[in-house]
Design a protein around this ligand. Structure first.
Ligand SMILES: [Zn+2]
Length: 411
């Protein structure tokens, strides 16, 4: 039994009609007109494949293929929304691969013991409402009406309003929650969004765990002074203090914490921001991630000590607010083995690897046995208009997903 590569490729071509930009990228922000149009297209595709379509109060769309029993289903999926100026593969790969798996079963008139579902999670990207993987969080029961009203985009539209405008029954948000055991297994195929598979020339990654971030918003206060008349020895330069912190975070993440620790300072606002003024204030954000909580704690402790030390030595006031301290998620050993066996059977070399980025799979892992397949990202590039994955790799990943689904759906 084989998936149809051409049919899968056609799906990506059709999907590329939703939110294309002149520069070659895509913007399908969560619940935007483009996102809603892509959802409508997907729903039609699901219906064409004979699936029973259900849209929950958070807008998550699932298509269900009946099983011979009413046992809990095997579920596959990811997301169709994108970051601003993103690509056509992040998320889409997992939804379209799931759909192709089901169509392949249909082609072969193969009945499975368990039902099989493909799901498109709403609002995986944090770009619009500042929170990521929201659709799967909703399944895990993490939203109530209050939260829907509190989350607001930059135009002042609340998540509640956005859901209502799309025609979703936001008032019934409590009905979205599912309980552990209601799903037999969940698998998400996704682009790697990093360079490891391509560097090693491997078509398939099998994910063991998903790293989680600890984030700080940091404010460094010194004193703005005249750049000509203030001697070096008495300056309280907030930016030179920030520079020490930036290099310190790099050192801690690369040498002092764990093997897989990464640390990033991705933005910096300098005030007053003039060439002839000693910088008086800097605001910056620190993002530290690891798949190992112990190593992450070690890095976080070292960064906090570093901030205190810089403040004291340079006479600066450094204050920080911890925005999150999330726990890394280990994926299911059972699904890891199922995916590895599937790749081996197809003679596709694979790498057992962690994920540095968050995915819907991390929320699903709290509800059921969960696994992830990675496929290579060309140049490791993602969240960028240059994002690309080769169709041959997407096809290979879909074949692995098909074999694993067959295995799990007969249990
Ligand atoms: Zn994604």
């Amino acid at each position: 039994m084989k998936c149809q590569q051409q049919r899968l490729e056609n799906d990506f071509t059709e999907l590329s009609k939703f939110g294309p930009l002149e520069n070659g990228g895509f913007t399908r922000l969560a619940f935007s007109r483009e996102d809603v149009a892509a959802r409508g297209w997907l729903q039609k595709k699901m219906e064409d494949a004979g699936l029973e379509v259900r849209i929950d109060a958070f807008g998550n769309i699932s298509g269900r293929r009946k099983g011979l029993s009413a046992l809990p289903a095997v579920v596959m999926g990811s997301h169709l929304d994108t970051v601003p100026e993103g690509g056509n593969y992040d998320g889409a790969v997992g939804v379209l691969a799931g759909l192709e798996v089901i169509r392949t079963l249909n082609d072969n008139n193969l009945e499975t013991k368990r039902p099989i579902e493909v799901i498109n999670f709403s609002a995986e990207e944090s770009s619009r409402f500042g929170m990521a993987t929201m659709g799967s969080k909703a399944l895990a029961g993490k939203f109530d009406l209050d939260t829907l009203n509190k989350l607001v985009d930059k135009n002042g539209t609340s998540l509640y309003q956005a859901l209502k405008e799309c025609g979703y029954a936001a008032d019934e948000i409590a009905s979205v929650t599912i309980e552990p055991g209601q799903i037999h297994a969940f698998m998400e195929m996704h682009i790697e969004q990093g360079p490891v598979l391509e560097m090693q020339g491997l078509p398939i990654g099998i994910v063991t765990s998903i790293a989680a971030p600890t984030r700080f918003k940091v404010s460094i206060e010194g004193r703005a002074d005249h750049s000509g008349n203030t001697p070096m020895a008495i300056r309280k330069d907030a930016l030179t203090g920030a520079s020490e912190l930036i290099l310190g975070v790099e050192r801690i993440a690369s040498k002092e914490a764990g093997e897989k620790t990464v640390g990033t300072i991705g933005y910096l606002y300098v005030t007053p921001g003039a060439m002839n003024v000693v910088p008086g204030k800097v605001e910056l954000g620190i993002d530290i991630r690891d798949v190992n909580m112990g190593d992450k704690d070690k890095a976080v402790k070292a960064v906090i000590e570093l901030m205190d030390a810089i403040a004291e030595r340079r006479g600066l006031k450094i204050s920080y607010q911890q925005l999150c301290n999330d726990e890394p998620v280990a994926l299911s050993d059972k699904i890891i083995k199922t995916l590895k066996d599937a790749a081996d059977k197809l003679q596709l070399p694979s790498l057992i690897m962690p994920s540095g980025a968050g995915h819907d799979a991390m929320n699903m892992a709290r509800l059921t046995d969960t696994g992830m397949i990675f496929i290579p990202s060309v140049g490791g590039i993602s969240h960028n208009i240059a994002e690309l994955s080769n169709m041959a790799d997407i096809y290979a990943g879909t074949e692995v997903l098909l074999q694993a689904t067959l295995q799990l759906a007969q249990e």
